[in-house]
Design a protein. Structure first.
Length: 260
């Protein structure tokens, strides 16, 4: 004889955090008693589908279902289980309100190229890693393989729908560093402009803007090198060809130095 199915309404649903905590408590009780989910569903007079969906987080527990489970298990699930903190599911509005699924294509390690600020004609090469941070529900980035490791940057990735661009934003005590990148090419490359501060005269910092290219490691040239790549270095021709695409393919405009 099939178990009686509880008719549930949205109004009877537990808050998400409490529902997740009840699920944890139920799983622990099943493990301690070596009881199957089907046996618990029968004892609580609910459908196995209802139980499975609630335990997997696909739907919340309702008060009615929770009471029946408490009666079947002989314990208070609502008191025994502290509310689990519910992590945000999308980035803050200030960074584009995106979900992880919508920006998963950006995650990974990138060979990053830009002109050197200290040596004319030299290319500065390092790594940029982009990953999802579950605690803050946003993409974050950090730089690695830099010769000047103490100056490696980290920050947030902003992906607003309206502009169609991607922004790597570093903020430190009110100072900002910003990379504005176009959407990835078919090979996953990102091209754009970096705006930052560089050492000027004496102790002064001077605003500067320069082309920047991020190439997924899977698409990077063979025998990758990091650091300052001087003209004549083995990687210089390939790196320079990649970096030149910022201007030549119109990913950024530099007035007086390219197409108007």
């Amino acid at each position: 004889m099939p178990p009686e199915t509880v008719i549930e309404t949205d109004e009877a649903a537990l808050p998400e955090g409490q529902s997740l905590a009840v699920a944890d408590a139920v799983r622990e009780a099943l493990a301690r008693r070596r009881m199957s989910r089907l046996a618990l569903a029968d004892a609580a007079r609910i459908s196995i589908s209802t139980l499975e969906k609630a335990l997997s987080g696909r739907r919340p527990f309702t008060l009615a279902t929770t009471i029946r489970l408490e009666e079947a298990l002989g314990l208070s699930l609502r008191q025994a289980a502290p509310r689990r903190e519910v992590l945000p599911r999308e980035a803050p509005e200030a960074f584009g309100s995106y979900t992880r699924a919508a920006v998963a294509f950006l995650e990974g390690r990138y060979l990053t190229l830009r002109p050197s600020f200290g040596q004319e004609g030299t290319i500065f090469a390092y790594v940029t890693e982009i990953a999802w941070d579950a605690g803050s529900a946003r993409l974050v980035f950090r730089e690695a393989e830099r010769l000047d490791a103490p100056f490696a940057q980290s920050g947030t990735v902003s992906v607003p729908n309206q502009s169609g661009h991607i922004y790597l934003v570093t903020e430190f005590q009110g100072q900002y560093r910003l990379a504005v990148l176009g959407r990835p090419t078919i090979r996953g490359e990102l091209f754009g402009i970096l705006t930052t501060l560089v050492s000027g005269r004496g102790a002064h910092l001077t605003p500067a803007a320069t082309p920047i290219a991020l190439v997924p490691e899977r698409s990077a040239p063979e025998a990758v090198q990091y650091g300052r790549i001087a003209p004549g270095s083995p990687c210089d021709p390939a790196y320079r060809t990649i970096l030149d695409r910022v201007r030549e393919d119109g990913f950024a405009v530099f007035p007086g130095r390219g197409p108007a």
